[in-house]
Design a protein around this ligand. Structure first.
Ligand SMILES: [Zn+2]
Length: 101
């Protein structure tokens, strides 16, 4: 009886260790993703700053990213439009940066 309990505890300890290792792995993964996301956002933001702003933004929006200030570069649910994004795009469309005519 005593040995059985000890064995169960040892097994439980091994399982807990495995779970903790998995948690560490997930944490590393999450932080890598976060970093990647941050870089992506910075890249998108830089892209926005350099010319062709409206075209880029409209494309990004269609691809499922926010272009509004509040959520810039974050994934957008494709099913619903973001009012901030739409009004932002509309505002930028009205006054194009360059007119070739
Ligand atoms: Zn938005």
């Amino acid at each position: 009886m005593g040995i059985k309990i000890l064995q169960a505890v040892v097994e439980l300890e091994a399982k807990l260790k495995a779970i903790l290792e998995e948690v560490q792995e997930l944490k590393r993964y999450a932080s890598a993703l976060e970093q990647q996301n941050e870089q992506l956002r910075a890249k998108l933001y830089a892209q926005q700053e350099h010319g062709k702003a409206y075209e880029n933004l409209a494309k990004l929006y269609e691809e499922g990213f926010h272009v509004c200030h509040a959520h810039f570069g974050r994934f957008r649910s494709q099913e619903e439009d973001c009012l901030f994004c739409l009004s932002f795009l509309r505002k930028n469309q009205k006054e194009p940066a360059e007119k070739r005519e």
